[in-house]
Each structure stands twice: as structure tokens, then as C-alpha cells.
Ligand binder design. Structure first.
Ligand SMILES: *Cc1c(COP(=O)(O)O)cnc(C)c1O
Length: 367
């Protein structure tokens, strides 16, 4: 047998499948020989970055030879002010995925368990395996998190729990009362990460801002990102808000310059761009309504979503429909890897992009 590094990898990594990102527009155009493709596959902001973030990037040319501010002084200060915490409670990440990874590596290892829900974000099993820990998947309810089932999955070896609120790829969400009861019932030795990547889109009054919980629940880490509503996915900036001692632990395993200078500057500027935030939410609400109306007229059902995507139930294997959409120049996201082979996740785009997706879907379902 030939030499293969897979045989040398830790066992938890050997059984892992790599993360499959949404297909980039350039890849589709190259592979299918088409132009004008539309990508509604990675929950990106269809408006892109705001003016302020773009302007901040233009000023950076002179400092490209320097290392970034490894402590992220300005951005952490601005985030601390935004959330009413101390800067020492903010951990910056190369995307919030980085913060999820830091938590898994810092708090769990071989022999430890990390709990999350079925149909939850695909990065949780990856960071769990990379830490050498054991994943414990709790069953879902109505495609969303079943907090009772998650509580039942907690055992003496549990070190970390990941809760996505809202969840990706289902768009489901948890209300303040049940979520805080769940957190309160957890042993304090369990770190509970509440992943709020889509928080800014959620308009439900019962939706909790868990960055405010760290004062009374020291084991809570709330994570946020600049990749979604702020439209800065390319720059990879996210953060966690936590108890100061949790941030201290994460800082010990963090790569020294995990957030680059462009990301730091653009994120800082984006925080001040309240007009871009407002427009982004407005475009999303209109687009979500458009996609729901379109799905209804196609006779499809969907999982009710509060985020910037909607997951449609095609009532049949989704893979051929996904392929037909690709040939029509529309990229959406298959979610068979989440145990959802009949669903497709569609990110909310601009009105014209949503319309193209619905037209292509209609043809694909008929053909
Ligand atoms: C997109 C997403 C993230 C954020 O990813 P970044 O690394 O910040 O780009 C985190 N959690 C969930 C559930 C997501 O969907």
C-alpha cells in the first residue's frame, strides 16, 4: 500500500469530510461556459460592502508592509462600546469560524465531548474533530434546535455546546425564555457558544442578544461576524463576546495576527455605517418575502427563516434540481451534507437575482 498521510492523522480527523463551500461564480462560469451567473449560495450580503468600509480599505496602501495590530485595539474598543462590555471581553477572529475553532481547541480535546444539534452549522463537527474531541449530535425538532434533546445530550465529559441562533442552514431561531432556561440549567463547567452570525437580521422581539448575557452567565460566548449583514465576507472578520477569563484563554491559543489590517480597518468603518446596515436589512426583508411568495406559487414548502436565506423543501431529491439551476447560471446550496437531501438553501439576493432563481427553479421543477 502506498504512503498516505490520512493513515497518520488523528482518528477524529480521518472520518471527517472537508467543508464544501458554495460554488464561486467564476468556477461555474469556467466549468459551464456561461456568463452572468447569479450566486445565492453563501448567505452573502447582495449589496456587498458599504461605502465606509470600501473607503477605509483605499487608505491602507502605505501600511501593507507592517504587521497588523495584533491586539486589534481600535476594533475591539468599538465592539466593546457597541455591546457594553470591556475590550478585554472581546476576542477577534479570522471570521467567527476562527472563534468557534479557538473555543473547541482551548476547552476540549481527546476524551471530551462537544454537543450540537442535528442540521446545525457544518463548522461545528469540523472544529470538534480538529480538537480531537467527540461530537455528540442531539436530534432536532421541526428542523430547529431541540433544547430538551440538547440538555439530555450533556454528560460528564461535555466541555462545549454550540447553539446557532439563528441556525444555518435552517433559518430557525430560539426565543429568549427557553434559551436562557437552557443556559441556566447547564453546569458552569460547560462553555456554551451562542453563534449569532445572523443576529442583525432578526426582527422578532423575543430574539435575545446573548452578548448581553455574559455578565450573568460567565460560561457563555456569543459570536458575531462581519461576513453577513456587514458584507465583508472576503475579509474574514468575526468576534466573540465573553467573560474576561474566557477571552484570556482564547487569546492564548489564537494565532498572533489572526485578523489582518484590511479586515480590522474595514470592520471598524462598517460599524459606523448605520445606513448600510439599514438598507441591508430592508433589502433582505423584501427579498425573503419575494422568495417566499415565489416558493408558494411553485407549490413548495419551506422552513420559516428569520435570516438572510430560505431553505426550500422540494419534496424530491434536490441534487438534480441543483444541477439544473447551475446549468441555468444560478448557484444555490445543496444541503444533503446536513442530512437534508430534499432541501435547497437559497440566499436572499437583489430582486432581479431572486427572480432569476425562481424562474430557473420553475423550469427545473417542470423539466
Ligand atoms: C456564516 C456563518 C458563520 C460565520 O462565518 P465567518 O467565519 O464569520 O465568515 C458562523 N456561523 C454560522 C451559523 C454561519 O452561517
Amino acid at each position: 500500500m502506498s504512503w498516505n498521510a490520512l493513515d497518520l492523522a488523528r482518528e477524529s480527523v480521518r472520518s471527517l469530510s472537508p467543508y464544501v463551500p458554495g460554488k464561486p461564480v467564476e468556477a461555474l462560469e469556467r466549468e459551464y461556459g456561461i456568463t452572468q451567473a447569479v450566486k445565492l449560495a453563501s448567505n452573502e450580503n447582495p449589496l456587498g460592502a458599504g461605502e465606509r468600509a470600501r473607503a477605509a480599505l483605499r487608505d491602507l496602501g502605505d501600511s501593507l508592509g507592517r504587521y497588523p495590530d495584533g491586539g486589534g485595539f481600535e476594533l475591539r474598543g468599538a465592539l466593546a462600546a457597541l455591546h457594553g462590555v470591556a475590550a478585554s471581553q472581546v476576542t477577534l477572529g479570522n471570521g467567527s469560524n476562527d472563534v468557534l475553532d479557538l473555543v473547541a481547541r482551548a476547552f476540549a480535546g481527546p476524551g471530551d465531548e462537544i454537543v450540537f444539534s442535528a442540521h446545525a452549522f457544518a463548522v461545528y463537527p469540523i472544529v470538534t474533530a480538529a480538537a480531537g474531541a467527540t461530537a455528540v449530535e442531539a436530534p432536532s425538532r421541526d428542523w430547529g434546535h431541540d433544547l430538551d434533546a440538547m440538555a439530555a445530550a450533556i454528560g460528564p465529559r461535555t466541555r462545549v455546546v454550540f447553539v446557532a441562533n439563528p441556525n444555518n442552514p435552517t433559518g430557525t431561531w430560539l426565543a429568549r425564555g427557553p434559551l436562557e432556561a437552557f443556559v441556566r440549567a447547564l453546569p458552569e463547567r460547560v462553555i456554551v457558544v451562542i453563534d449569532e452570525a445572523y443576529a442583525e437580521y432578526v426582527a422578532q422581539p423575543e430574539y435575545p442578544d446573548c452578548t448581553a448575557w455574559v455578565a450573568r452567565h460567565p460560561n457563555v460566548v456569543a459570536t458575531r461576524t462581519f461576513s453577513k449583514v456587514h458584507g465583508l465576507a472576503a475579509l474574514r472578520v468575526g468576534y466573540g463576546v465573553s467573560h474576561e477569563s474566557v477571552a484570556d484563554v482564547l487569546n492564548r491559543v489564537r494565532q498572533p495576527f489572526n485578523v489582518n489590517s484590511l479586515g480590522l480597518a474595514a470592520a471598524r468603518a462598517a460599524l459606523e455605517d448605520t445606513e448600510h446596515l439599514r438598507r441591508s436589512r430592508e433589502v433582505n426583508a423584501a427579498g425573503l418575502a419575494q422568495l417566499e411568495a415565489g416558493a408558494r406559487s411553485l407549490g413548495l414548502s419551506w422552513i420559516p427563516s428569520v435570516a438572510n436565506f430560505i431553505t426550500l423543501d422540494l419534496g424530491r431529491p434536490a441534487a438534480p434540481v441543483y444541477e439544473a439551476l447551475l446549468r441555468a447560471g444560478v448557484i444555490v446550496r445543496p444541503v444533503a451534507n446536513y442530512g437534508m437531501p430534499r432541501h435547497l438553501r437559497v440566499s436572499v439576493g437583489l430582486a432581479g437575482e431572486n427572480a432569476r432563481c425562481l424562474e430557473a427553479l420553475e423550469r427545473a421543477l417542470r423539466g
